[in-house]
Design a binder for this molecule. Structure first.
Ligand code: BYC
Length: 338
């Protein structure tokens, strides 16, 4: 942590004046910026959430990435490649946002591969057919949009700004998934069955993405008070169900929940009980693909060591050159440094 440079003047608890400024900024719906004083708990909560989000984007490249070489046409391959590249980009913006809080990227990666930091439960399920690529776009990116659009108004400036671009790209991801599923539903009975099978497998894990129910959520109350989160886990889950039911009907698939029905009194869909023990199991490392996802990430990190070393050597050479040019300019005034 490089806390010194990032708004810790006033200490962890802060003077009454900086505390009041922080509260006032939150109250007025303005943004907390990297050099502003912030409570230590705000900083650590932001690092936790942003890092978990970044890790999810990077690990999230794997389930779909597995299908790039097996895409059924050049067009589908190009689309999928672009989507997976976007996810790498999202991970990078988010790691940069975490760095503005004093976090160190190498340290965050170390925490991911050693299981000390989490990533989204959803990426611990296997992608068994190409229909899974469509369903991930439709349901997983759809859930991500529901969760992330409000984060564009999150109180931490660099995170909120990163989310604006990410959400634009997520919206394209969701549409490509839906378009792929429409094409499959327009195909043979076997293709339609493949879509239904994928929907059956991804529906409940998609609902779990929103996190535990509000009553069991450790962080929601404080994160809502600090306007890091703008809605609770259950509110967003309900919004996602309401948004998805008509899309499923238009597509011609059945959502695998016999208790799913419109409740006119509430003005929302009721839905069946979620198996929270499954979420706990997957989060604690015992999902169908947890070990594989981490092993792939660890291997990629180790295999990429030479690239990081080469990039660091190049950067320090450049910095030395720039310093040399500046020294030259100081010694020989009147001549411009090149
Ligand atoms: N999976 O108090 P709670 C994407 C943890 S990327 C794993 O409610 P919070 C995409 C939680 O961390 C999708 N862990 O927490 C990418 C906490 O544990 P710790 C990722 C989960 O933070 C590629 C504990 O459970 N999106 O869409 O208030 C391709 C208690 O939870 C999960 C984001 O990261 C989970 N599902 O709320 C396609 C969005 N849920 O840290 C798509 C940003 C909860 O205390 N993050 N936990 O040990 C958020 O909005 C919030 O962090 C969450 C959780 C709603 C996820």
């Amino acid at each position: 942590m490089r806390g010194e440079a990032t708004g810790t003047a006033g200490g962890e608890t802060g003077t009454a004046e900086v505390q009041a400024l922080f509260e006032w900024t939150i109250e007025r719906d303005q943004r907390i910026e990297p050099r502003d004083w912030m409570p230590g708990k705000y900083r650590s909560t932001m690092i936790r959430q942003i890092a978990q989000h970044a890790h999810s984007e990077i690990i999230g490249m794997q389930p779909e990435g597995e299908w790039i070489t097996r895409a059924p046409s050049l067009r589908r391959k190009a689309i999928l490649l672009a989507k997976v590249q976007d996810e790498a980009g999202h991970g990078l913006y988010l790691y940069s946002a975490a760095e503005t809080l004093g976090a160190d990227r190498t340290d965050l990666t170390g925490k991911l591969v050693s299981g000390r930091q989490k990533y989204s439960s959803i990426f611990n399920y296997p992608t068994l057919s190409f229909a899974d690529v469509g369903v991930i776009g439709w349901l997983v990116d759809g859930a991500a949009i529901c969760n992330q659009v409000p984060l564009c108004r999150s109180s931490y400036g660099p995170y909120a700004r990163a989310m604006i671009r990410i959400c634009k790209e997520e919206s394209f991801h969701q549409r490509q998934g839906y378009e792929l599923l429409m094409a499959l539903m327009d195909g043979t009975p076997a293709q339609r069955e493949m879509v239904q099978d994928a929907v059956d497998r991804w529906w409940w894990p998609s609902l779990m993405m929103f996190g535990p129910p509000d009553a069991d959520s450790t962080h929601t109350a404080q994160s809502m008070a600090w306007k890091i989160k703008r809605h609770t886990n259950d509110e967003l889950r309900q919004r996602f169900v309401d948004m998805t039911v008509p899309q499923a009907a238009a597509l011609g698939v059945t959502l695998p929940d016999p208790d799913l029905r419109w409740n006119a009194e509430r003005g929302h869909h009721d839905f069946g009980a979620i198996d929270w023990s499954e979420l706990k199991r997957v989060i604690s490392g015992d999902g169908p693909c947890n070990a594989e996802r981490i092993a792939v990430r660890r291997a990629a990190h180790e295999d990429g060591a030479w690239v990081r070393e080469a990039a660091a050597a190049h950067a320090s050479k450049q910095a030395r050159r720039e310093r040399g040019a500046m020294d030259d300019a100081v010694e020989k005034p009147g001549r411009e440094a090149v």
